[in-house]
Design a protein around this ligand. Structure first.
Ligand code: KG4
Ligand code: ZN
Length: 366
């Protein structure tokens, strides 16, 4: 079937056309209009500005996705849309557009969860990927471990108790003066740090706390790591007589990024190994924006191999928010019978979406 999918949960307006069946998983087009340059001025996403930018971009982005796919609108079998979680004003733009489009084409409208979609990007890596499997979604808003029993059934078995991994990357990057969002720049800087270590760097090696909670849970906490890193940077500036926002010596920054990355990869891999052991899964998906991190990808591949598990990580181009991942998840929701009516709403949190669904079911039963 041919699916048109829309994503607008945060700062990317995205649409894609995908062809999906049990054997076939093909991306026909994948268009993303990013707002990064706008939000970079403020050092973070400004929700009001983001919603307005989505309103401007959504029509041209969807039109371009259809044109790039080389299809007619009449060939679309279903419209999928991210309805939760995310910034409410942003989600509403995508949901409303998708509703109108599905109505005008006379095709089913399928509501899709953003986190499940991140995981679904992995279906494009290998047609061999089939549930059940373990999934870790590491993004700007989430760090959650899921027992995926069926493609549309996700049971959360672990997650962050405070900040998400991406938030920590971005905050540390910002304090070091790296371009927004800091994740990608931290990745490159850490590579320099690791190289310098190999060449016997003169900078003392650093060690920050692990984000893995020191108990038998599968939970994380990134706020301690983030704060330790930020405090270290502030102290270093004071010691070196550098202004509050002044540039630190490059070698020091590279070592900070490497040590921060060490903690992230060690903590994540420790809990991943426990989760693989506890669930007995032999397949693992790593997804979300932070899954683009080159060091994390390597470390997770190694950890999975040590547990005898096969690992599926989407290509970097499908790790950040995009429409293709929504299209893949739309297929599985659609085949499970999930449909939305014209009263579909958007929900900032997964819990909000679940509560609204439960309320609707109670009304129908009455
Ligand atoms: O999944 P995503 O695009 O949006 C959310 O759903 O949150 O994730 C965005 C996050 C940002 O925090 C960004 O800095 C981070 O992914 N990110 C990275 C890398 N590329 C993007 N973090 C670490 N290393 C990267 N290479
Ligand atoms: Zn995302």
């Amino acid at each position: 079937m041919i699916i048109l999918a829309i994503e607008s949960s945060c700062d990317e307006t995205a649409a894609a056309v995908v062809r999906m069946s049990e054997e076939e998983r093909e991306i026909l087009s994948n268009t993303v209009a990013t707002q990064i340059a706008t939000h970079a001025l403020y050092g973070g996403v400004v929700p009001e500005i983001a919603s307005r930018a989505h309103i401007e971009a959504i029509s041209p982005v969807v039109r371009r996705a259809v044109n790039d796919a080389g299809i007619e609108l009449s060939q679309i079998d279903a419209v999928g849309v991210t309805y939760s979680p995310g910034l409410i004003g942003c989600l509403l733009v995508g949901v409303n557009f998708a509703k109108s489009l599905a109505l005008s084409l006379g095709v089913p409208l399928v509501p899709v969860d953003h986190i499940k979609s991140h995981t679904a990007a992995a279906y494009f890596v290998s047609p061999g990927l089939k549930a059940p499997f373990l999934s870790l979604v590491v993004s700007g808003g989430h760090t959650s471990l899921y027992n995926v029993t069926r493609p549309h059934t996700f049971e959360e078995i672990g997650g962050t108790r405070d900040d998400a991994a991406g938030e920590a990357f971005d905050k540390v990057g910002r304090v070091m003066g790296l371009p927004y969002p800091g994740g990608r720049a931290m990745d490159e800087l850490a590579a320099e740090g690791y190289n310098a270590r190999l060449q016997g760097s003169a900078v003392p090696l650093l060690h920050f706390p692990s984000p893995a909670i020191a108990d038998s849970s599968l939970d994380f906490s990134f706020s301690g790591l983030k704060t330790a890193c930020v405090n270290y940077i502030h102290n270093l500036r004071q010691k070196e007589g550098i202004d509050r926002d002044g540039a630190l010596p490059k070698e020091q920054m590279a070592e900070i990024a490497a040590a921060f990355t060490d903690s992230v990869t060690e903590g994540i891999c420790r809990k991943l190994k426990s989760a693989l052991e506890e669930t007995g899964h032999k397949k693992l998906v790593l997804a979300g924006g932070v899954a683009a991190n080159s060091h994390l990808r390597k470390a997770v591949e190694k950890a999975a191999a040590q547990c005898g598990a096969e690992v599926f990580i989407p290509p970097v181009s499908l790790c950040g928010d995009n429409g293709a991942m929504v299209g893949a998840q739309t297929y599985f929701e659609y085949t499970a019978g999930v449909r939305a009516d014209s009263d579909l709403n958007a929900y900032a949190s997964g819990e909000g979406a679940a509560a609204a669904q439960a309320l609707k079911m109670r009304k129908i039963e009455k």
